[in-house]
Design a protein around this ligand. Structure first.
Ligand code: PLP
Length: 269
């Protein structure tokens, strides 16, 4: 098997090529390496190869792995999987960004725990400054360590698959009742002082090949445009979409964050 460094370089090259095809700059796109099921030593190899944004989809698994991967300031951790409200406190202290906010109830729960997170982050930073020099030049643009707010994305289900989490918005352009419900939720979430909404996250339908994902990605981009029109004071710049099988299509359709697991780490156990 190729080394992890080689695989990361190959993924970055494909990201850059897809961006150029779409007339975009590769710098607009953040690569999140999805490390679920992989042990800390494998993840450490990816960090050594320059990967700075990592994604996990379960709080319990992340709790075992994140502390094993110090220094904390060198990595931006993204929660990309469904989060139960009763784990919001743990998620808010572990992760730098949550992609999977899929209900107002969860947003409210996260918001309630952001003050604790700010305190813990400050303590951790203090310890790190005492122990070693900071690596701020390596920090990702979405890193939140300098901000007291928790950056979040609203996860939207645009494919209508019952198994997908997210605000239900399949066919939203023809369904004003779905839109009205969602926009009411957004209005409420934007008032939460601890959260910094940054945009949307979506997952394409399973199967059908990369091209089959394009309509879903396009719908996400159009929805983001509509949100920008309705809520112009908020930040809708991030669009987290695209995985190993479809990240190039996602970039052509406007993704600013791609979440790639297998193309970097191989098949999951
Ligand atoms: C596992 C996972 C990924 C990565 O999937 P790959 O196909 O391995 O690239 C991306 N996003 C989410 C939400 C995931 O759960």
């Amino acid at each position: 098997m190729e080394s992890i460094a080689t695989r990361i370089a190959a993924v970055r090259e494909r990201i850059a090529a897809a961006a150029r095809r779409a007339g975009r700059s590769p710098d607009e796109i953040t690569l999140v390496g999805v490390t679920k099921t992989h042990p800390p030593d494998v993840i450490a190899a990816a960090v050594a190869a320059g990967l700075r944004d990592l994604g996990e989809n379960r709080v319990q698994e992340a709790e075992r792995k994140i502390p094993a991967l110090a220094p904390r300031s060198a990595i931006t951790w993204h929660l990309i999987g469904h989060l139960q409200t009763n784990k919001a406190r743990r998620a808010a202290t572990l992760f730098d960004m949550v992609h999977s906010v899929d209900s107002t109830r969860l947003a409210v729960a996260l918001d309630r725990h952001v003050a604790e997170r700010t305190r813990e982050t400050r303590d951790t930073r203090h310890e790190m400054h005492a122990a070693e020099s900071p690596v701020s030049s390596l920090q990702s643009p979405v890193s939140s360590l300098s901000s007291p707010l928790l950056p979040v994305l609203l996860q939207v289900n645009l494919s209508g698959e019952a198994t997908k989490e997210g605000f239900e918005l399949a066919g939203w352009e023809e369904r004003p009742e779905l839109c009205d419900a969602f926009f009411a939720d957004v209005e409420r979430i934007l008032t939460l002082p601890g959260l910094a909404v940054r945009g949307l996250m979506t997952i394409a339908p399973w199967g059908g090949g990369a091209e089959a994902a394009r309509p879903t990605f396009r719908a996400a981009r159009r929805l983001r445009y509509e949100l920008g029109r309705r809520f112009p004071a908020a930040d809708w710049s991030a669009l987290s979409m695209g995985m190993t099988d479809d990240f190039e299509i996602a970039i052509e359709e406007g993704a600013t964050i791609v979440r790639v697991g297998r193309a970097i780490f191989g098949e999951r156990q």
